[in-house]
Write a protein that binds this ligand. Structure first.
Ligand SMILES: Cc1cc2nc3c(=O)[nH]c(=O)nc-3n(C[C@H](O)[C@H](O)[C@H](O)COP(=O)(O)O)c2cc1C
Length: 172
């Protein structure tokens, strides 16, 4: 899809067809888009977990109580490795959040390009998720999204409710 169409048509999807898994080819295209994302100093401080086995799905689904989240055939968890991210020498600012926001955006837009729905979730219970995934101390979840096709008959809203440019841009 052309980039301008892609960013305009992408919406958070909250209605998934549980019976329609995403093929491994398509999953790989999405993950590849994450792999090539830029990061500070090119440190790539991330790992992608594709949750797709019934046992892991059951455990991870417990972290967020929305039926549409539980309906998605796959969940993608994006982990940040804080100790692997670039740190600015002047003030010890750690670039992990910036790097991870970029990689999530790459993944989500690539999914949209494949017709696969996503919804970036942050309102999950981190303790349940950390336990389900057996996370180590340096691994931090930065985002989790369902990956799946919208249910048949699902219609996108098609309107982006956003602030106007005049409200957010200043030419100095
Ligand atoms: C960092 C981040 C966290 C979000 N967390 C949630 C969430 O926990 N649950 C949810 O339903 N949507 C969540 N969203 C989706 C936003 O509500 C959505 O992106 C926003 O309303 C704009 O709508 P759109 O994605 O359809 O354009 C999140 C989005 C972002 C970028």
């Amino acid at each position: 899809m052309e980039y301008n169409d892609l960013i305009r048509t992408r919406e958070s999807i909250r209605d998934y067809d549980p019976e329609r898994p995403v093929s491994s080819d398509t999953l790989e295209k999405i993950l590849e888009a994450g792999r090539i994302a830029p990061s500070a100093c090119n440190y790539q401080p991330w790992e992608f977990l594709v949750i797709h086995s019934p046992e892991m799905l059951e455990k991870v689904r417990a972290c967020y109580h929305r039926q549409w989240f539980k309906d998605a055939p796959h969940l993608l968890v994006v982990l940040g490795l804080k100790d692997k991210a670039w740190v600015r020498s002047y003030d010890r600012y750690n670039s992990i959040e910036t790097d991870l926001a970029i990689v999530m955006t790459h993944l989500i837009l690539a999914a949209e390009n494949e017709g696969v729905g996503t919804c970036w979730i942050e309102a999950y219970d981190p303790a349940i998720l950390a336990k389900a995934l057996g996370l180590k101390e340096n691994q931090v979840v930065f985002g989790i999204t369902p990956l799946g096709y919208p249910r048949e008959g699902f219609v996108k809203k098609g309107n982006k409710i956003r602030k106007k440019l005049e409200e957010i841009v200043r030419y100095l």
